[in-house]
Write a new protein. Structure first.
Length: 347
């Protein structure tokens, strides 16, 4: 089969690789219908995250079960399913607590020795604990299928950030980052009842989506100017919660600078670069909570799925460029150059 591999920074290729097969009784082989490129994939593309030459890449996908191991109970050949970006066994203490990303037997798609999502098929370990079944009819609805793909990562990650930020009905929330996760954070904050949502971003196409998703205000400034703008919008107090969806020292400093005393920062931006931007003394003095990390999206999918199916929320606008498998290298280039927000892949 054909799949996307990375050989070096800025060297993404689509190559012939061995077909996936059932190796353990709990495996399924999934034919990919939709995949995409994540902003976190760009850290490997730019050389900021180490990868082995020829390593697979991509962690967001949905598709149809083509083969199921003898130990798989919840799925059969032909089922339409979505995969969260981390597989998990569904039986350990962490999975029982909802922290599926800490499952001792879990792992990330595209890690050494595993299949990546940007290919024609994927071997899924621990299928019963990992996959979530989707209505078969969704396979013939292109927009809905695209919206459902967001459940594999960005929608659940935005939701995780909103929970970490303590979003509740009537609260005021700021969102740092205008990528797909930040925009889904806007949607999540709106869904959880935030009364005012301030989106920080400078690209009008993205902030237009933010407004469509529920943002009430947009701040285009950065650094101290951004802090001043948010303070002005909040009578000098700052926001009850902040969703941090970038992962740089500057973005974290901004988040801590605009949250009000007693507020919370929900951080889901993958940390990269030098420093953290976290001053524990400031957090202590101002009673600021910091919560977040790798989003256990498998836990959130059952909660978010009904709202996607009935159209209450529609994250599909975050996908603004569609390519076939051969177009994946160009999709990375487009996202790296910020001419695309998030690239949808149709193998």
């Amino acid at each position: 089969m054909r799949a996307t591999v990375i050989h070096a920074p800025h060297d993404i290729r689509v190559e012939e690789v061995p077909d996936p097969r059932v190796q353990q009784p709990t495996d399924v082989v999934l034919r990919v219908l939709r995949a995409c490129i994540c902003g976190s994939d760009l850290w490997a593309y730019r050389g900021e995250s180490a990868r082995q030459p020829g390593q697979r890449i991509g962690h967001e996908f949905l598709g149809v079960v083509e083969e199921a191991g003898s130990g798989v109970n919840g799925f059969a050949v032909g089922d339409l399913v979505v995969a969260p970006f981390v597989w998990s066994d569904g039986t350990c203490a962490y999975c029982a607590e909802g922290l599926t990303t800490s499952c001792p037997q879990g792992g990330f798609w595209g890690s050494v020795g595993s299949d990546g999502g940007q290919g024609e098929a994927v071997r899924v370990p621990f299928a019963d604990g990992t996959l979530v079944k989707l209505p078969a009819a969704a396979a013939s609805d292109d927009r809905l299928l695209t919206a459902l793909l967001a459940l594999s990562d960005v929608l659940g990650t935005g939701h995780h950030a909103a929970i970490g930020a303590g979003v509740k009905p009537g609260s005021t929330v700021a969102v740092v980052g205008d990528g797909a996760v930040g925009l889904c954070g806007v949607m999540a904050a709106k869904r959880l009842g935030a009364e005012r949502i301030i989106a920080l971003g400078r690209h009008q196409a993205r902030t237009d989506i933010a407004r469509a998703f529920g943002a009430t205000d947009v701040v285009a400034e950065r650094g101290e100017a951004a802090l001043a703008a948010v303070r002005e919008l909040t009578r000098g107090e700052g926001t009850h919660g902040v969703i941090e969806a970038v992962g740089t020292e500057q973005s974290m400093r901004t988040a801590l600078g605009i949250v009000r005393d007693g507020g919370s920062v929900g951080y889901v931006g993958v940390p990269h670069g030098s420093g953290t931007g976290v001053d524990l003394g400031v957090m202590f003095d101002r009673n600021i909570a910091l919560r977040g990390g790798v989003a256990p999206v498998r836990t959130y999918i059952p909660e978010l799925l009904p709202d996607v199916l009935d159209g209450t929320i529609d994250p599909s606008p975050v996908f603004d460029l569609t390519v076939g498998l051969d177009g994946v290298p160009g999709g990375y280039k487009a996202m790296d150059e910020r001419t695309a927000l998030k690239v949808l892949v149709k193998p």
